[in-house]
Design a protein around this ligand. Structure first.
Ligand code: TPP
Ligand code: SF4
Ligand code: MG
Length: 351
């Protein structure tokens, strides 16, 4: 059996969101991952984010590749649409689905092996095309599912469980996403739900390619001294540049903060992101500054987290391609087969 269903019954007094749904309505099957796996905490953060956003689960399309991380969409948003694709190929499947139906919210879930090794080319193209999605990498520095080989995000000098030392330079997917044109780039830690939930909510509200790298320790193969992806290491070296509050459209801003401490960013869907700066010199609108900040802190062995870059006025693949607003399966023959006169006009325009 690959998954266990959860009983539908729940306590009648469970709190509900604006749709009258409980948090249980956003869950999926019982996880079969190792107890303590960071990936399960990320699933819990996704459940919390969609519950708080009061988005109906069936409006979400969850796409993944192969790996322990890519198994996780089974464990959240059970009523959502799901497609478990081939190792490293989630981005092209997601792009095709998004082009066919822009009415859904696209959530890509991947691993560091899935995205930084076999799927690196696919990762690059989905970012540079600006597909409107939330792309989460559950980054543990190893191939968890195939028993703990170093992945391409493992730091140079990092030790494997049996003592082997990684001799290769790591790929930082955050830096790559920035260079490739993602318009929302963040890093979180599976052990910090208070930071991760608002990051996910803001990424959902962002109208372009949103990427979140979540450091997510693998307790079976990469949680020992000498690993830079262990719970202890990340807790000790976590440098959060800001904290976020995300307020959906129409919600009054009530928190009491001193002027100048908080910057508000209005997102694509009208929601507001309130950014509390922990490092006053860090500007998440300055891409070049973000790259050099990340590189300088990486050299010191620090893990920089928070909202690292946001474009307040993003664009996406639909805008670039001038695609039709309706889902393709809602179009009739008249729109799909416009006839030879329209074809001739189109061909003439290309001459
Ligand atoms: C084409 C192909 N090559 C190799 C594999 C074997 N394989 C399965 S999962 C995996 C790596 C998973 O690592 P990651 O994406 O980091 O996920 P994790 O298990 O660490 O969450 C590999 C190499 C495969 N399934 N398909
Ligand atoms: S092997 Fe590692 S990544 Fe996979 S479920 Fe276990 S702890 Fe999680
Ligand atoms: Mg991995």
């Amino acid at each position: 059996m690959t998954y266990l269903t959860k009983p539908k019954l729940h306590h009648p007094a469970l709190p509900t969101n604006a749709l009258g749904l409980t948090r249980r309505d956003y869950e999926g099957a019982v996880s079969t991952l190792c107890a303590g796996c960071g990936h399960d905490s990320i699933s819990a953060a996704i459940i919390q984010a969609f519950y708080e956003l009061a988005i109906e689960p069936h409006r979400v399309a969850k796409l993944s590749g192969i790996g322990c991380s890519s198994k996780t969409p089974t464990y959240f948003l059970g009523a959502g649409h799901g497609f478990n694709s081939v190792h490293g190929r989630m981005p092209s499947v997601l792009t095709g689905a998004a082009l066919a139906n822009r009415d859904l919210i696209y959530l890509g879930v991947s691993g560091d092996g899935d995205s930084a090794s076999i799927g690196l080319g696919q990762f690059a193209h989905v970012m540079r095309r600006g597909v409107n999605m939330v792309y989460i990498v559950e980054n543990n520095g190893v191939y968890g599912l195939t028993k703990g080989q170093f992945s391409a995000t493992a730091d140079k000098g990092s030790k494997a469980k049996r003592g082997a030392v990684n001799s290769d330079e790591p790929i930082d997917l955050v830096q790559l996403a920035l260079v490739l044109g993602a318009s929302f780039v963040a890093r979180g830690f599976s052990g910090d739900k208070g930071q991760l939930v608002p990051l996910i909510k803001a990424a959902v509200a962002h109208g372009g390619a949103a990427f979140i790298d979540v450091v997510s320790p693998c307790v079976a193969f990469n949680n020992h001294p000498g690993s830079t992806k262990s719970y202890d290491y990340v807790r000790a070296h976590n440098e959060a540049v800001n904290r976020l509050d995300f307020m959906p459209l129409r919600e009054a801003i009530t928190a009491n903060v001193a002027p100048g401490e908080v910057e508000s960013v209005v997102l694509h869907d009208g929601g507001t992101l309130r950014l509390r700066k922990l490092h006053p010199e860090y500007d998440p609108h300055d891409k070049v500054g973000a790259l050099s900040y990340l590189e300088a802190h990486r050299a010191k062995g620090e893990v920089v987290t928070g909202l690292l870059y946001v474009d307040d006025d993003p664009t996406d693949l639909h805008a670039a391609q001038n695609t039709v607003a309706a889902p393709l399966n809602a179009l009739g023959d008249a729109e799909l087969v416009p006839g030879s006169a329209a074809l001739q006009k189109f061909n003439a325009a290309l001459a």
